[in-house]
Design a protein. Structure first.
Length: 618
């Protein structure tokens, strides 16, 4: 008899649902992709519905539903934190209590109510029954998402984020189908929240702007490392740490940093619309160095303490691909595997896996590579469905079979065209990996600024990633391992770098963008690094074949790859989303599976019913 387990995460940020069938990861999707609300925290009704409908089942077929954390422990932390700092933080405490008493304190009932409504919608039951509802713990869900899909029989697991119920950093050992805790660091001492405090201080949005801070860091110098160590964080020899909470307000207020923090750096927090200065770049560089130091020290300690040769990473800090690259380069562990959906969305998957292995105690089968299926776990649309949509809106297109498609699109890339690439099941997690991607020529000097300013509508300093054929990565970059999930940064090979003139060496800040640094300027950051995706023919054959065609034509085994969306919006999910994004930007060509649309052939579509998400799976 087939067994289904549904994991969910919601009510904080990045809500998601994940479905296991007999322990196999079948579907995992984020609510934001359906609601079109970035980082949507709401109950993932649309994501759950897709999980069920994709398998032609309803809630009566589910053996267990599991939520990714224990809300009452979070409530306990909130109360204890307030009592420790009272009467400070009164306004934020009252605001939080209003939300908790209205929505979160009785979360079990709230979740069941949502499932009952969903089941009535799906099956029109008079008396719908909700399956057994289980609760994991936040960091256990992270650890589960990191270890169980990994290719390791046993491994150290390191989870680092803002905060779960209490834990902010935790270490575990995974062996076969069992995960056991080693130790944890508790709130309010949090590397994730420290990084978020600098994100806030530099004018970016917490829980979504951290990657901007990481991208800004190479433009600066780590001038403030000593100040941070002397005042904000004490890093012990083993990598554990404590923060001086007098510099922060996230535990007792609406803001991340206190006036004492602002006095320390002699400036108020940057407003979102204010200029980014060298000061902010130096701060970004400094907190990046601190993050890397903590990660490396913790990894060294865990290797000595456990003797294990493998490590798995999860939690929001695991999305810091620069730090990940330093960990790989340090060779502390023989093998590093990082959960591609390391944030709270991935915890929906981790929760489902906990139920399968630890509640139902099922045996674990380790798969070569991993069991994430390249993260291509979301919605997929057939050529028939896409043609039906394009005919409905009267959009000119032509259908090209694969035998000719890859050659035609690689020619277009070589001509400097920007391509919207909509291919196969949607990715799960924050990275576009060749299913919902915007791609271009990495050799093109103008490609980075073109994509940032005319396609993505985002800050000019933001770097783009290369998607490179798996077998060619070591010839182009100083990296000798696979990086299928774009979670490792490594330098471009020295022989591919361009010599810089004395005048160019003196440039500071954003001015560094003007310098061509390698044979592939569109993907080479100002420190000669790149955030790399290695593309496997086995995992994503169509994306692989496109890049291989481009290589045969040009000798270049990679393309520029960025997520198929514009600033402030989630990655596209449906053909409608893709067409809308295509028409609103200066992309040249849109490829929807085998349907190719050229911008010059399209007529302007007004924002009416056509733009709504009415497209359903047949």
């Amino acid at each position: 008899m087939t067994s289904f387990i549904l994991g969910i995460s919601c009510f904080y940020h990045d809500s998601a649902a994940a479905l296991l069938r007999d322990g196999e990861i079948i579907v995992a999707v984020q609510e934001e992709r359906f609601s079109r609300k970035k980082h949507d925290p709401g109950f993932p009704a649309k994501a759950i519905r897709y999980c069920l409908e994709s398998q032609n089942i309803d809630l009566r077929d589910i053996d267990a539903i599991i939520y990714y954390e224990k809300p009452l422990l979070t409530f306990e932390r909130l109360l204890e934190t307030y009592l420790a700092v009272a009467p400070r933080g009164g306004r934020s405490f009252i605001a939080a209590m209003q939300v908790w008493l209205k929505e979160k304190l009785f979360l079990k009932s709230e979740i069941k109510k949502n499932f009952v409504a969903l089941q009535r919608e799906l099956a029109d039951d008079i008396d719908p029954q909700v399956p057994e509802l289980l609760f994991s713990e936040h960091h256990l869900s992270h650890a589960s998402a990191a270890f169980y899909p990994s290719p390791f029989e046993d491994s150290v697991i390191l989870c680092m984020d803002g905060v779960g119920e209490w834990a902010t950093t935790s270490a575990w050992i995974g062996q076969n189908n069992v995960i056991k805790p080693l130790w944890e660091i508790s709130f309010p001492h949090s590397l994730g929240l420290l990084y978020s405090a600098f994100t806030y201080y530099c004018g970016f949005k917490v829980n979504s702007g951290e990657y901007k801070l990481m991208g800004l860091a190479p433009y600066g110098e780590p001038k403030f490392v000593d100040i941070i160590k002397d005042s904000l964080i004490e890093i012990k020899e083993d990598g554990t740490f404590r923060l001086d909470m007098s510099f922060f307000k996230y535990h007792r207020g609406f803001r991340m940093t206190s006036s004492k923090f602002h006095k320390l750096f002699e400036s108020e927090p940057r407003e979102n619309d204010e200029e980014i200065t060298q000061f902010h770049m130096d701060l970004a560089a400094s907190i990046q160095v601190i993050t890397e130091e903590v990660l490396i020290r913790l990894a060294q300690t865990l290797r000595v303490e456990t003797g294990l040769k493998n490590i798995c990473l999860s939690g929001g800090v695991a999305l810091n691909c620069v730090a990940n690259g330093k960990l790989v380069k340090a060779k502390i562990f023989d093998n590093v595997w990082i959960q591609p959906a390391s944030g709270d969305a991935g915890s929906a998957l981790g929760a489902a896996l906990i139920a399968w292995y630890q509640k139902f105690k099922m045996p674990r089968v380790v798969k070569k590579g991993d069991s994430m299926k390249g993260t291509y776990l979301g919605c997929k649309f057939s050529n028939k469905e896409i043609v039906k949509y394009l005919e409905k809106i009267k959009a000119p297109y032509k259908t090209i079979e694969d035998s000719k498609l890859f050659n035609e699109i690689s020619n277009a890339i070589d001509e400097g065209k920007v391509i919207g690439w909509f291919n196969g099941p949607m990715e799960f997690g924050p990275r576009a990996l060749g299913a919902r991607s915007i791609i271009g020529d990495p050799r093109n000097v103008k490609m980075q600024s073109l994509m940032n300013l005319k396609i993505k509508y985002r800050e000019s300093f933001r770097p783009f990633a290369p998607s490179v054929l798996e077998e060619d990565v070591a010839d182009q970059f100083e990296l000798n391992c696979k990086s299928p999930y774009m979670l490792i940064v490594a330098p471009v090979k020295k022989e591919l770098r361009k010599e810089i003139s004395p005048g160019e060496e003196k440039l500071f800040g954003i001015e560094k963008l003007k310098v061509t640094r390698s044979t592939f300027p569109a993907i080479t950051h100002v420190d000669y690094s790149a955030r790399i995706q290695t593309v496997s023919e086995r995992v994503n054959p169509r994306f692989y074949n496109l890049i291989a065609s481009f290589k045969r034509k040009t000798g270049c085994p990679m393309v520029v790859n960025t997520s198929f969306n514009v600033r402030g919006e989630p990655i596209v999910c449906t053909p409608q989303d893709a067409y809308r994004c295509f028409m609103r930007t200066e992309m040249d060509i849109l490829v929807l599976e085998n349907q190719v649309l050229f911008k010059g052939n399209q007529t302007k579509i007004e924002k009416d019913e056509t733009w709504k998400q009415t497209f359903e799976l047949d």
